[in-house]
Design a protein around this ligand. Structure first.
Ligand SMILES: [Zn+2]
Length: 424
């Protein structure tokens, strides 16, 4: 081929930014075939296979020729029916209501809603009579707690009423704010739902509720996915980049939580880092770990720290990343105050490269997969970005909501830091 033609053919590849690659990865990881990378329909397992295949494509090496590490845990799941109607009107899962993560399952047709308001808590008589209705009849009523209408002290008291009511009948907690769903390793009592207050006519004494919810507490087997780029010459030392790839999965068969920012975006970054370091090997080994079970309580990283594939004291630095689809308002770095020299370096790199508008330091926090490494004495940062996209643990954390505004800057910040930190 003529050299000029070869060069022209090469140009689009050069212009291809990390963000463009990442968009494809995130869109894929957020598609319905990945089921929200959780515990229904094998979503997290499909994601694990996909990430391993991507690592393989980068040409990275695997430890003992295997990309996976098993992690077994218990999890409460909602694999099938997820129906709720109020006064005969169908409520939309995820948009109008979510289950409490430790909700039980059950079915109920046209049960009377016993709504407990602030006025009831104000009047001993009224509370006594409604509480009597709730505790005396099984399966005929649903206890509805109007949390937005409660004073702060009532809210505390109402918590204990919710717990007691769950032993005898389904409970609906009303809310006026957005849902933030999560995962639980236990199942408690009857169906437990958080619903938007606007769905309820609080003045209607004959309001009825129907529901049909499948909840299954089960043993789950997740997989951490790992790869690395060997040092140019033999080295025992490692720089490690980590990101969790799991999310909340499905809540019933119709609804799933795509987890675009949290943390398909960080997973995409991890793959871009692997691609780059494979092309640019360092004096030390560079490892990449995509953790499972983060949303269920940092379970993948906990398992890894208990059973590391190379000794933890060989890690010069570990960088955990989350929420890479934003960054317009900068980023926060957990453990910044614990590792001031490394944080200085990160800030200098950021200033020199004019990458993010700000990097805010934060102390220690048990809020992601760096945590058990830090406890084990491994120097580590956890970086997450801030921006106008506030979707978090809800059905709106979708691919199309991500700006990727700072993705390339973040990529350069992370690679520059990885190259420099080993010299500290
Ligand atoms: Zn999360």
């Amino acid at each position: 081929m003529h050299r000029l033609i070869a060069l022209i053919l090469l140009l689009p590849a050069i212009a291809f930014s990390q963000a463009e690659n990442a968009r494809k990865t995130v869109e894929k990881l957020c598609s319905s075939e990945f089921h929200g990378r959780g515990y229904v329909n094998g979503g997290d397992s499909i994601a694990a296979d996909y990430i391993a295949a991507q690592f393989r494509e980068t040409g990275c090496s695997f430890f003992n020729a295997k990309p996976f590490q098993r992690v077994n845990f218990r999890v409460n799941t909602f694999p099938d029916r997820m129906q709720l109607s109020i006064g005969g009107k169908y409520a939309v899962p995820g948009a109008d209501f979510v289950t409490d993560p430790s909700s039980g399952g059950g079915r109920l047709d046209n049960a009377r809603a016993v709504i407990i308001t602030q006025q009831d808590f104000d009047s001993r008589e009224s509370l006594k009579s409604k509480w009597g209705e709730i505790t005396s009849s099984e399966n005929d009523v649903v206890a509805v707690f109007d949390f937005p209408g409660y004073t702060d002290s009532t809210k505390k008291l109402a918590r204990t009423f919710v717990e007691t009511a769950l032993a005898v009948c389904p409970v609906i907690e009303l809310t006026g704010t957005k849902f933030t769903w999560s995962v639980s390793d236990e199942q408690r009592g009857k169906p437990h739902i958080i619903a938007q207050r606007s769905l309820f006519d609080l003045t209607d004494p004959s309001l009825t509720v129907s529901m049909d919810i499948t909840a299954v507490l089960r043993k789950h087997s997740g997989r951490n996915v790992m790869a690395y780029v060997p040092a140019k010459k033999n080295s025992k030392k490692f720089i490690v980049y980590t990101a969790h790839y799991d999310h909340l999965g499905r809540m019933g068969q119709q609804t799933y939580f795509p987890g675009a920012n949290d943390n398909a975006s960080g997973t995409a970054m991890l793959l871009e880092l692997a691609r780059w370091f494979k092309q640019n090997p360092q004096d030390v080994n560079v490892a990449f770990i995509a953790f499972c079970g983060e949303e269920a309580g940092l379970l993948g990283s906990h398992e890894y720290v208990q059973h590391p594939v190379f000794p933890l004291d060989r890690i010069s630095f570990l960088f955990n990343i989350d929420i890479m689809g934003s960054g317009e308002e900068g980023a926060t770095v957990v453990n910044a105050t614990k590792f001031p020299a490394q944080f200085d370096l990160l800030k200098k790199i950021n200033d020199n490269g004019k990458y993010l508008v700000k990097i805010a330091p934060r102390g220690e926090a048990a809020n992601s997969d760096h945590y058990f490494f830090t406890k084990a004495g491994v120097p580590a940062f956890f970086l997450y970005t801030m921006g106008p996209n506030k979707h978090y643990h809800d059905i709106y954390d979708t691919y199309s909501e991500l700006s990727f505004a700072e993705f390339d800057d973040l990529f350069h910040l992370l690679t520059d830091f990885g190259v420099c930190v080993k010299r500290l």
